[in-house]
Ligand binder design. Structure first.
Ligand SMILES: NC(=O)c1ccc[n+]([C@@H]2O[C@H](COP(=O)([O-])OP(=O)(O)OC[C@H]3O[C@@H](n4cnc5c(N)ncnc54)[C@H](O)[C@@H]3O)[C@@H](O)[C@H]2O)c1
Length: 337
């Protein structure tokens, strides 16, 4: 039985409290928040959980094995570092830090302290995304040409990070997982509409090895809630819509063939589109946060590295975010990683 402390009980932290309270291998002993109203809300739901305004009470408690850091991003590095230093395993929300170098600092610390450090790249625990990876890795789609994702909604707004740092960690962690790689260069534009400080939206183009182009659109200023990815291969194409619970994945047996007919006027060959059926595979409906929490517990119990969401994966995401920010500041100039 792993005993958990949750630091940060705003919008997202209570979901961690719920999941770790439900799983057979864990229990939540404490939760912390500087806001008394949030603590009162947690006590009303979970009277058995001890609450505190001071997260250090959690770090000092020898009965707590692991902590979840569900705080605003600028706290992630410092509090994760403190928690590992006093011997706790840590599941930290995305992005692990605002600096790529700090991700490596945390990785080294976790190795030295022999503690588990995992980042909440929740979408690699989403069954739909796992299926996309299967299609890519098995060769079902053929050679990948390009992919694009859209993650938009009206709100929720953040005041600590812009829409890129809030939303794109999900898409970058997904594409890195799908292609087993990190981008080699990026170019991006962002736009500040609601104020002068933070970009409310971003369009980023990422180059992955093997000549794969990826485009990511994130925005918290959009009329439609969209969570979609399309991947185009030279054999098949696939579309994923996380909000379509009946059939989130559609595999299109469509591709383009080159004929060897010679057309003097139009070029050496003609392109013919080939259209087959559309397949909707059955996808398990496990809650991704539950899969993520179970993986965290399994890694602790079996002393295994959380390969799908470890500090190095977080490093790849954060250095990509930093490169995209740099490109946005330079109005879309290409930045190499
Ligand atoms: N994986 C996901 O899908 C997902 C979804 C939402 C949020 N998140 C991540 O979770 C984290 C938290 O997001 P949120 O939406 O819950 O934010 P939030 O602002 O709603 O909650 C943060 C909470 O931390 C508390 N807090 C601030 N400083 C503190 C301190 N020093 N000690 C104790 N408590 C403190 C605040 O009072 C607040 O209640 C962010 O990193 C965000 O990116 C992840």
């Amino acid at each position: 039985m792993i005993s958990i402390g949750v630091i940060g009980c705003g919008h997202w932290g209570p979901n961690h409290v719920r999941i770790f309270s439900q799983l057979a291998g864990s229990r939540v002993l404490m939760c912390a928040d500087v806001d008394e109203k949030r603590l009162a809300a947690m006590s009303a739901l979970y009277p058995q959980i001890q609450t505190t305004k001071n997260y250090q009470d959690i770090l000092r408690n020898p009965s707590i094995d692991a902590v979840v850091v569900a705080l605003p991003t600028n706290f992630h590095f410092r509090i994760t570092q403190e928690a590992i230093s006093v011997g706790k395993h840590v599941l930290c929300e995305k992005p692990l830090s605002l600096s790529a170098q700090e991700c490596l600092t945390l990785q080294d610390l976790a190795i030295r302290q022999n503690r588990l450090l995992m980042v909440g790249h929740i979408f690699v625990f989403n069954q739909g995304v796992v299926k996309l990876r299967e299609y890519i890795q098995s060769g079902e789609l053929g050679q990948i040409h390009y992919a694009h994702s859209q993650r938009t909604n009206l709100g929720p707004f953040r005041y600590d990070v812009n829409a890129l740092w809030d939303l794109a960690p999900h898409d970058i962690s997904i594409f890195n997982y799908l292609f087993d790689n990190a981008p080699t260069s990026v170019s991006a534009r962002g736009h500040k509409c609601l104020g002068d400080n933070l970009e409310d939206l971003a369009f980023a183009t990422l180059d992955y090895p093997n000549n794969i182009m990826v485009n990511i659109h994130v925005s918290w200023l959009d009329p439609k809630k969209v969570r979609e990815i399309t991947i185009v291969g030279d054999r098949k194409m696939v579309a994923w819509n996380d909000l379509d619970i009946e059939g989130p994945i559609k595999l299109y047996d469509k591709h383009v063939e080159k004929t060897d007919v010679y057309y003097a006027t139009y070029g050496e060959f003609q392109l013919l589109s080939r259209e087959g059926s559309i397949m909707i595979p059955k996808i398990g409906i496990n809650e991704p946060l539950k899969n993520q929490a179970q993986y965290f517990l399994d890694c602790i119990v079996n002393n295994k590295s959380p390969v799908f969401a470890d500090a190095h994966k977080a490093y790849d995401v954060v250095r990509t975010l930093a490169a995209i920010s740099e490109s946005m500041n330079r109005k879309g100039e290409m930045v190499k990683l």
